[in-house]
Design a protein around this ligand. Structure first.
Ligand SMILES: Cc1ncc(COP(=O)(O)O)c(C=O)c1O
Length: 452
């Protein structure tokens, strides 16, 4: 019943969205006036009416990230199974803080994470948890790495350390790390930016130099982040070299594979992630290339004991610990109350199977190649180098802002602009929808070229 109703609704919404606009043009005042004129909450409104109104607002007033012509920032089209999963979770509202309160939900998450952890080459006793997203997973990595490198950190904070910790990301890494440096008390200056090579990959020589220099100056380097699928250009850092470097220098290696991590299920792409099996921890978002609704990140950590130390909690009011090899999530992760995030990935994976997922990922990769080739054929210059379906491109004399404004005005597609390696802005288009077809891409490129 639930499945049929939701399935029909999703199919209907998805086909309506595909035929409608991608981009919205609305002012804050318009949305606010709509809300204040209807909802002061002094009188009741029939639920059907409110739902219809909310759906109307969402249809009109959002960039449609599930549109086949949304070539955006890793926000995916979503599988029917994952939408059904979110509805089931809301109905049963399981509390995953402790194992004993929600054994089924906790074990479904554990089973799903165990499967993906094994794909990454992590041992069976590694820790893994769902998170709200990649930023929380990255935050978890920094806290756990700090805790392991500096045993005094947990009790005495940074003030208790004899040297100031520093950590290292490339100039192309995700900017959640700047916020994390701020939030954990390290300060944004403790985050060192490593330069990149001509392909925008983290430059190992520069990393080596900066770590040595920091040590000489009395800092305490503790963590290096390698990105597998950078946000700007989809670049994969040299993971095997990074792993060797970190082992030699006794540094924690965190691989931020928030988007690119899903490539591990594709037999044709997975070799690009070689080296990830040597990481100390990994971020991978289900709500990016695994095509489930937000928020669904994942954090994998080789050192379960370090997570248990970093997030330990002891109370009398929570249900008692379950005997056996079970960590209550509220004592081993950032969150306390915990939604059953993992069901959307579990249900979707169970329905499509690993080969179904590989097919979706390979389809998007092929569409990325079609886009790359169509652009090149018509005089655009591709400026990034990645096996993943993210294309950065430009051409001489292009007024980027005006071009994007025209693209949005004519509802051709949604794509964005980005500066790579500190250079001039270029266009950025990522195939984020498994529903994007070759026909969509040919139409977009043809219409883009008519704007020139
Ligand atoms: C490489 C990378 N890491 C981390 C994040 C942050 O993930 P989230 O937005 O799920 O918090 C992103 C977001 O796009 C990302 O591209």
């Amino acid at each position: 019943m639930l499945l049929n109703d939701i399935q029909n609704a999703v199919i209907q919404v998805q086909s309506d969205i595909a035929l409608g606009p991608v981009v919205t043009h609305v002012t804050p005042a318009e949305v606010r006036n709509h809300l204040t004129s209807r909802y002061d909450f002094t009188k009741e409104v029939p639920l059907d009416e409110v739902i219809a109104d909310v759906e109307g607002m969402l249809r009109k007033w959002q960039v449609h990230v599930t549109h086949p012509r949304y070539f955006g920032l890793f926000n995916p089209s979503v599988t029917v199974a994952s939408v059904v999963a979110d509805a089931i979770v809301a109905v049963y509202n399981p509390q995953l803080a402790t194992w004993s309160t929600s054994p089924a939900a906790n074990e479904i998450e554990r089973h799903t994470l165990g499967w993906l952890g094994a794909k990454f080459g992590f041992p069976a006793d590694a820790a893994a948890t769902f998170t709200s997203g990649g930023a929380e997973a990255n935050l978890s990595a920094v806290i756990v790495a700090l805790t392991r490198a500096f045993p005094e950190y947990g009790e005495h904070g940074l003030a208790g350390l004899s040297a100031m910790p520093t950590f290292y990301v490339s100039g192309e890494a995700h900017h959640s790390f700047n916020k994390i440096a701020h939030m954990v008390g390290l300060g944004r200056r403790s985050l060192r930016t490593v330069s990149t090579d001509a392909d925008l990959k983290l430059d190992l020589n520069n990393l080596t130099k900066q770590v040595a220099e920091d040590r000489r100056k009395g800092f305490a380097p503790f963590l290096v982040v390698g990105t597998a699928g950078t946000t700007g250009a989809g670049v994969i850092d040299p993971l095997p070299d990074l792993a060797r470097h970190c082992r030699r220098e006794n540094l924690w290696l965190h691989v931020d594979a928030a988007w690119g991590g899903a490539a591990i299920v594709s037999p044709t792409l997975r070799h690009h992630l070689d080296g990830i099996e040597s990481a100390d921890s990994i971020t991978c978002d289900a709500h990016k290339w695994f095509s489930v609704p937000m928020g669904a990140g994942m954090f994998f950590c080789r050192h379960a004991d370090a997570g248990a130390e970093a997030f330990r909690a002891d109370t009398s009011y929570m249900p008692g610990k379950t005997p056996g090899p079970v960590a209550d999530p509220y004592t081993s992760t950032v969150e306390w109350s915990r939604r059953f995030i993992g069901l959307k990935l579990f249900l979707s994976l169970a329905e499509r199977g690993e080969s179904g997922y590989a097919g979706m990922i390979d389809h998007q990769t092929r569409m990325g190649q079609v886009l790359r080739e169509s652009l090149q054929r018509t005089g655009w210059r591709i400026v990034n180098n990645t096996p993943l379906p993210l294309v950065c491109f430009t051409r001489d004399g292009l007024d980027l802002d005006a071009f994007l404004a025209a693209l949005y005005k004519h509802q051709i597609a949604w794509m964005s602009q980005v500066r790579l390696g500190g250079g001039a802005p270029v266009l950025r288009a990522c195939i984020t929808s498994f529903r994007t077809t070759e026909q969509d891409i040919r139409q977009v490129v043809e219409q883009m070229n008519q704007l020139l």
